[in-house]
Design a protein around this ligand. Sequence first.
Ligand SMILES: Cc1cc2nc3c(=O)[nH]c(=O)nc-3n(C[C@H](O)[C@H](O)[C@H](O)COP(=O)(O)OP(=O)(O)OC[C@H]3O[C@@H](n4cnc5c(N)ncnc54)[C@H](O)[C@@H]3O)c2cc1C
Length: 396
Amino acid sequence: MQETRVDIAIIGGGIIGAACAWWLTRRGLKVAVVDARQPAAGTSGACDGYVSISSKKPGVVMALAARSKRLYPEVVADLARDVEYRTAGGLLLVEDPATLPELEARAAGVRDFGFDMRFLDRAAMLAREPRLSPALHGAFHCPAEAIVNPYLMTIGMVERAIERGAVALWDAPVTGFERDGDRLRAVETAKCRVVAEQFVLAGGVWSGEVAARLGLEIPIVPRRGELVVTARAPGLARHYLMSATYIVAKANPEAAESSDDPLMRLGHGFCLEPNALGQYILGSTRSFAGFDRRVTAEGIRAIVTEAVRRLPALAKVPVLRTFAGLRPYMPDKKPVIGRSARVPNLIVATGHEGDGICLSVVTGELVADLVQARAPAVAIDELTPDRFGAALASAA
Ligand SMILES: Cc1cc2nc3c(=O)[nH]c(=O)nc-3n(C[C@H](O)[C@H](O)[C@H](O)COP(=O)(O)OP(=O)(O)OC[C@H]3O[C@@H](n4cnc5c(N)ncnc54)[C@H](O)[C@@H]3O)c2cc1C
């Protein structure tokens, strides 16, 4: 079998693996990216692209988003292709005035990270987005929120890493590992054997399965999200729009199970992304359906109905297509970014749920810091891959 020798082997060519490759090659390291299929063939090619802080869970995830948002323009500027990144601003819609105190507390948390986020009453909201329903109570405006095309961002970072010498191995599923005591010596793929000093596992929803082969437990669960793409209808909305129910659905999978509300049971939360083509990506649902990526009639019905309720002008806009992706969900609702104590030359970077497009850039920086034993820009001890119980009994 052919052999490739590099400093770092990255398993996974989604947006997280791509960002790791971008950072590591920028710091002069020799990298190989290995993917069972193609770059962005997984969740990073089946999602939308909100680069947002206002939608993040307060705590370490919000801190990561703040850092990522500051880094994003620098990474985008380095890429050879246009990735449709733009600071469109975000509106978090308020439907029930009773939710205002909670949302104001969230806005204060966002402001603590240096990003403006303020309440607009109905008139001020309609001045910004005149097509929104006047039945809405108002909205929180976060001007720094951005949108990127996640597929192009992934490809763009991979291409730049390749220009800087990275080896790309596509259609190369990992078939096994070679160990040297508790360390890894090589990853075996369907195409060749990659010998490396250090390894990064960025396998998205498939990370648990790969980790298990190393005797590690990463209890990642696919959390399906359905989306609807409309035909072009430029000018109906300029901001990324999101309802407060989106944040509730994201943070409370338990509530979905016990709720009598059909929308809550679907994990529905309204969001709308105006993309660079003048189409709208409408979302979304959250459900645990294994690795099933099919869309459902009830999911699509809820997405379309709830979108039209908030932006009535959408009713006349044709629907072009629907699709679903699998968010890499961790039961403790925090990504996994850290070095494994059990396999000391393995770094795990996964479990970003609905935040991986935004958090990709900071994750790549943190992985590069771990590789080079530099102090991280954000404290990530609580994200360690060692937080999940004991090692599995049967190490590969
Ligand atoms: C509907 C939806 C909407 C979303 N919207 C947003 C948003 O607006 N903003 C945001 O920040 N995030 C969003 N997300 C979340 C985001 O898409 C994910 O967090 C992110 O794409 C995960 O990237 P990843 O690189 O970890 O995984 P992936 O993109 O899935 O990449 C993992 C890669 O690993 C490869 N792989 C797996 N197993 C192996 C193996 N054994 N051998 C070799 N290769 C392997 C796969 O082929 C795949 O290419 C959304 C997700 C969904 C589903």
